[in-house]
Design a protein around this ligand. Structure first.
Ligand SMILES: Cc1cc2nc3c(=O)[nH]c(=O)nc-3n(C[C@H](O)[C@H](O)[C@H](O)COP(=O)(O)O)c2cc1C
Length: 330
């Protein structure tokens, strides 16, 4: 038997696999399935700033104008007439989930401004959520400097932390000029967790109809490299817990993320493809690998391949890139 328990933002989880925000948590039945499948914790789908403000006209405009203002879950917004009641339903779902399952329930808020939606952090806490994940998704226009944008992230963390006492994680995109430095600023501002990385909503063009195409693709394991790099770089350098999100297809990705230094590994695409029971397949793969390699606990294997622990830390640096280019053979 191996010890799969892990700690995430001060919460003790029975294992490091977390169901990330997705339509699988839209209903209580879905949440129960995720627990039955083996999730160590469940992040609920996001409540969007726009749903909270319910500015129907603006929202409708944003939806139809091909803007990139929202992350991939754009396609999964409820219809406009549904979302007037959605914030209240969301809070009720948290309360029901807390009464029905034993694993931690993490509420999720998705916003981009520094206004009214933040009050929902308090409401999510009052509804019983064990923690809160903030997905600050924002594509700045050309008038804003990097410093301004980064300050906005830091301010949101400080504001939310000042109104709730549950742990707060930030789900971020990798697109900052000094990603690691911003992570440290967010850590210093009080973020309890960093969820790396949000997938960006990137529209495509249909060249026959000349329309913007916003099809959502599920991830593949090729996508783990960027989060893997940053988790390996940040392990041991921030107080905040690290959560990996992106590209888990099999237990191999789960193992890699833990070796890089993740406290938890999140998954959505794999569960949408194979169902909530697939969590148990991922967990058995992890357990088997740990037994074969002689790891008694997840804590023991965490960070073994992080930049600070790996035998050749330059593998994460520019020098290695040059070596790879020089050694490339077709
Ligand atoms: C259909 C779908 C809906 C999603 N909804 C949300 C959401 O509401 N909030 C959020 O923060 N992330 C959302 N995500 C992103 C996932 O939580 C996850 O971070 C992303 O899919 C990368 O993980 P994966 O490679 O395991 O799929 C959604 C993803 C998908 C595919």
């Amino acid at each position: 038997m191996v010890d799969l328990t892990t700690s995430y933002m001060g919460l003790r989880l029975k294992n490091p696999l977390v169901a990330s925000a997705s339509p699988l948590s839209h209903t209580l039945a879905g949440i129960k399935d995720l627990e039955k499948g083996g999730a160590g914790a469940i992040v609920l789908f996001s409540l969007f700033e726009e749903q909270i403000h319910h500015e129907s006209a603006l929202f409708e405009h944003l939806l139809t104008s091909g803007t990139q203002s929202f992350a991939e879950s754009l396609d999964y917004f409820p219809s406009v007439n549904e979302y007037e009641t959605l914030p209240e339903q969301y809070l009720a779902l948290i309360a029901q989930a807390k009464a029905s399952v034993n694993v931690p329930i993490i509420g999720s808020l998705n916003g981009m401004t520094h206004s009214g939606w933040i009050q929902y952090a308090k409401k999510i806490e009052q509804a019983g959520a064990d923690a809160l994940e903030l997905n600050i998704f924002y594509i700045p226009d050309v008038t804003h400097s990097s410093a301004e944008i980064e300050q906005r992230y830091v301010d949101i963390v400080k504001t939310v932390k000042s109104v709730v006492s549950i742990p707060v994680a930030l789900k971020l995109s990798p697109f900052f000029s000094s990603t690691g430095n911003l992570m440290q600023s967010l850590d210093n501002a009080g973020a309890d967790g960093l969820v790396l990385f949000n997938r960006f909503y990137q529209p495509d063009f249909d060249i026959q109809t000349l329309t913007v195409n916003s099809t959502l693709h599920l991830s593949s394991n090729e996508e783990i490299r960027l989060p893997l790099l940053w988790i390996a770089m940040l392990h041991g350098k921030v107080k905040a817990s690290l959560a990996a999100t992106r590209g888990v297809e099999t237990s191999v990705e789960v193992i890699k993320y833990l070796l890089a230094g993740a406290n938890v590994v999140m998954t959505t695409s794999a569960l949408l493809r194979h169902g909530a029971d697939y969590l148990s397949v991922l967990l058995s793969g992890l357990e088997e690998w740990m037994l074969t390699r002689g790891y008694a606990s997840v804590d023991e294997m965490r960070g073994v391949m992080s930049q600070q622990n790996v035998a050749n830390p330059e593998a994460f640096e520019r020098a290695n890139y040059i070596r790879i280019l020089e050694g490339f053979k077709e």
